[in-house]
Design a protein around this ligand. Structure first.
Ligand code: GAR
Length: 210
């Protein structure tokens, strides 16, 4: 059984799907702790209700990004996790933090990376008249939203879509996508070697599709 630490900043709907999948046995792992950089978020309540440790490390209480990341790293290391799962964690992480967990940390991002790293992904897809939008799970490397891609989910963009309607549809696919990838991690089927992601020892040149 793999040990998972999940980092969040907000509502935690992706976290909930991971907690549920672990509880059902669909993921061969256990969420041992959930850490939020913001206090009073719903995700922390979800963690408590599922019996996981729920911690807040409030980034506003730290003078520098380095100081916050160092505190975060220490708390995560205390749990000796096999994997660190970023699920709506909205802080940019320092390279030394990322490198400490290299190959053990994944993120879910609401766009079809490499398109639209950063914020406002759905509006940018609409503005570009894209035919599809979606979400991507990738290994985290020091380049923001730039680590090797693992798996994507996609939806068709409708002419009537707003950023909000699109976000809702993409989020629903995220809830399928993330448990699937985390289960593959927990089965030791995904690896990061020399900045290349592998699935079952085969390099992932094109992201796997949900
Ligand atoms: C999700 O859409 C996730 O892809 C996004 O935040 C949302 C969190 O929702 N993550 C990022 O934008 C990371 N850059 P949730 O708290 O309900 O899981």
């Amino acid at each position: 059984m793999k040990r998972l630490v999940v980092l969040i900043s907000g509502g935690g709907s992706n976290l909930q799907t991971l907690l549920d999948a672990c509880q059902r046995g669909d993921i061969n792992g256990q969420v041992v702790a959930v850490i939020s950089n913001r206090p009073d978020v719903r995700g922390l309540i979800r963690a408590e209700q599922a019996g996981a440790d729920a911690l807040c490390i409030d980034h506003t209480e730290y003078d520098s990004r380095e100081a916050f990341d160092e505190q975060l790293r220490q708390h995560i290391d205390d749990y000796q996790p096999d994997y660190v799962i970023l699920a709506g964690f909205m802080r940019i992480l320092t390279a030394s933090f990322v490198n400490h967990f290299l190959g053990k940390m994944v993120n879910i991002h609401p766009s079809l990376l490499p398109k639209y790293p950063g914020l406002d992904t759905h509006q940018r897809a609409i503005d570009a008249n894209d035919s599809h939008a979606g979400a991507t799970v990738h290994f985290v490397t020091p380049e923001l939203d730039g680590g090797p891609l693992i798996m994507q989910s996609s939806v068709t963009l409708e002419p009537s879509d707003t950023a909000a309607s699109l976000a809702k549809r993409v989020l629903a696919t995220e809830h399928q996508l993330y448990p699937r990838v985390v289960q593959l991690l927990c089965q030791d089927k995904l690896k990061l070697i020399d900045n290349i992601a592998y699935y079952d020892q085969t390099p992932i040149h094109v992201p796997l599709q949900l």
